[in-house]
Design a protein. Sequence first.
Length: 234
Amino acid sequence: MKPDLKTYWKPGEHVAWDDELKDFGSADVPGEILHDVLVPARGFLRARVVEAGDVIRIVNVAGQQVMDVMLYDADNIKNVASMSNTILAGGTNKLTTGVTIYAKQGQKLATVGLDTRGVAAADGGYCSDAVNELRYGIEGSPNCKQNLVAAMADYGMTPDDLEEGCFTAFLKLEHDHDGTTRLYPSPSEPGDIFELVAERRIIVSASACPSERAVTNNHNPTPMKVIIYRPDAA
């Protein structure tokens, strides 16, 4: 691992680092691993079905990185996760152990299990080309919206189809008493875990924050791991 975690690398360095990280966080999974995916810096998790009772484990590889996550009812792709339903049903906007994520039509999709950092945002949205142009005056930048659309390619998703049902693991977003919304560098550390236990058959897609301009990942896109496993019987 590069000690300074530079954004710019010599030819081949980043690929070599990814190769080193393929087994990161896999040894202590308490169950049968079904999918073990290294999501490269600026990359995405291709959407896949997760059966009821299985666990989605998001592992922070280098620290100070965040991951946008979208959940769908596998029996109805239009029944996407709803952060407003999640907040209203749970009575909290804090996504941590024991909090359930609800669908647009009210069904339980997943419940947060192990959460070692206790920082996640039920913000609903994601960075996009449009919002990056508004904020930074640039166009064509890497963004989570395009990653999430690409992740859903097998389901025929287009940018116009992507709804704002996103939540973000390890993202520190706070609302001040005067209504000001503030984003902070993620306090996550290497090896931090955020888990989701599927309450029904769902589809999951995800994006490792690809922006160098966002404070959310300390201006440094890095890889993430996503491990989907079937827990050992109690």
